[in-house]
Design a protein around this ligand. Structure first.
Ligand code: ATP
Ligand code: MG
Length: 253
């Protein structure tokens, strides 16, 4: 299964993406985590040592130019179908049995540009294929841009994380039709940072909760795990039990 995690900035996408990776791993499955957020921090959340020093794929200019067929004589032309199938294997890092690739971003440029790097990233995200028993979890950047750019199609599922706030609900409402338009059939919601029933009611009064896959309650341990840089301690927290229920549904529904 190829699962994307989307939602407004700060709703808990990366935290939940890490917890989902661990839950899949604990269920005996292989996991490839993909950090597709330019402000990459999934590696840190997954406890990768020196995560901030992992070179994002987009910074491997030589490799990209070689694969895209870009030359000094012909800088404006490049292949639309570069060979990418060996890339994940060559550039992934592994920690705690979880594989990670960091996509990175085009610095200073227009992220919607038709430059070789952007086309390469798009292809890569598009064409990363599942191996037996493997699940891919992609932590997207906040907002909707990745959906408009066509990097999110070919996903089996999209999880939109919402919290009980008007802005995150507005964002979910923008993400949903875009995800539908690009053909993602299975779009669900996970409500995060829920402190009370009234938070659930707030969300239910503004969004169709038919696709609500699960609820993750507010936990003070998220803050302390974040401050200590020890997200793995959340495996002992109720948020992990709740995410495991979400993952069970993902695997069976
Ligand atoms: N269930 C929760 N209870 C309490 N705090 C939470 C919960 N989930 C996430 N948080 C906290 O919310 C903050 C934002 O979380 P996170 O970085 O995962 O969000 P994000 O959506 O990935 O943000 P960004 O859009 O910047 O990438 C963090 O401090 C995290 O510890
Ligand atoms: Mg994040």
């Amino acid at each position: 299964m190829k699962i994307g995690i989307a939602g407004k900035g700060g709703v808990g996408k990366t935290t939940l993406a890490a917890l989902i990776c661990w839950a899949l791993k604990d269920a005996g499955l292989d996991v490839l985590a993909v950090d597709a957020d330019p402000d990459a921090n999934l590696g840190s959340a997954l406890g990768f040592p020196k995560a901030q020093e992992i070179t994002p794929i987009v910074e491997m200019k030589e490799l990209i130019h070689e694969r895209m067929g870009v030359s000094e004589d012909n800088p404006g032309f490049f292949k639309l179908n570069p060979k990418i199938d060996d890339i994940p294997d060559r550039f992934l890092k592994v920690h705690g049995g979880i594989k990670l690739i960091v996509m990175g971003t085009i610095k200073g440029g227009n992220t919607g540009c038709a430059c070789p790097e952007n086309t390469f990233l798009k292809r890569l995200l598009h064409q990363i294929t599942l191996r037996d028993n493997e699940h891919i979890v992609v932590d997207f950047e906040a907002g909707v841009e990745h959906l408009g750019r066509g990097t999110a199609d070919k996903f089996d599922r999209l999880i939109i994380v919402v919290e009980p706030s008007t802005l995150s609900i507005e964002s979910a409402k923008r993400i949903y039709p875009l995800a539908k338009d690009i053909g993602i059939k299975n779009i669900s919601l996970v409500a995060n940072r829920i402190a009370s029933d009234s938070d659930i009611n707030f969300i239910a009064s503004r969004l169709d909760t038919a696709g609500l896959l699960g609820v993750v309650h507010f936990s003070d341990n998220c803050k302390s795990a974040n401050q200590r840089g020890d997200w793995e301690s959340l495996k002992k927290d109720k948020v992990y039990t709740e995410i495991k229920e979400v993952v069970e549904k993902l695997l069976t529904k």
